[in-house]
Design a protein around this ligand. Structure first.
Ligand code: URA
Length: 175
């Protein structure tokens, strides 16, 4: 969803309730947070390409929430679709939002906190791992927002996007 010529491809986990209803990725609360992040970067959801690893999330027996983590089988079944999306869009950078995207793209079960802060690679394309916007919704600590923002700054720098002094200072502790 978004721009098929995008430089930036963002990959989340799976559609939630709002996404299943509207058939678009990131249109619920996490999506609003993501919109805010994209605006702060000087871009928007029409200029980037947004998708999820898993394309739908069927309910399972004994499920207690409607956003259970996708199973290993679901991730494996989703990879041909992600591979095709990456091939068609051919972004300059991929942003892996949260642990499910990390698991699927980088075959790693390391926590996001360990994987973020540097570039990895998927299909020859640099991948930056950062927190899922829903993590930031649940953890409002400025230090965590700053970490996500530093991942975004490094992506902007890599793509040669303009970065203002004001943008550099977002979420820094006040002196
Ligand atoms: N969370 C995700 O990972 N993807 C969405 O599309 C919405 C919420």
């Amino acid at each position: 969803n978004g721009n098929p010529d995008a430089d930036i491809m963002l990959i989340g986990e799976a559609p939630g309730f709002d996404e299943e209803r509207l058939l678009e990725p990131f249109v619920g609360k996490a999506g609003q947070k993501l919109d805010g992040i994209l605006t702060a970067m000087g871009t928007n959801r029409k200029s980037v390409y947004l998708t999820n690893i898993v394309k739908f999330r069927p309910s399972m027996a004994n499920q207690t929430t409607n956003n259970r983590k996708p199973s290993a089988d679901e991730l494996a079944a989703s990879m041909p679709f992600i591979n095709a999306e990456v091939e068609v869009v051919a972004p300059k950078v991929i942003i892996a939002l949260g642990s499910t995207a990390v698991k699927a793209l980088l075959s790693s079960t390391e926590p996001v906190a360990k994987m973020r802060g540097e570039f990895h690679e998927f299909a020859g394309i640099p991948v930056r791992v950062t927190y899922h916007p829903s993590y930031i919704l649940h953890n409002e600590a400025t230090s965590e927002k700053r970490k996500l923002w530093e991942d975004m700054l490094s992506i902007m720098e890599k793509l040669g996007m303009p970065i203002t002094e004001k943008q550099k200072g977002f979420f820094l502790p006040k002196p």
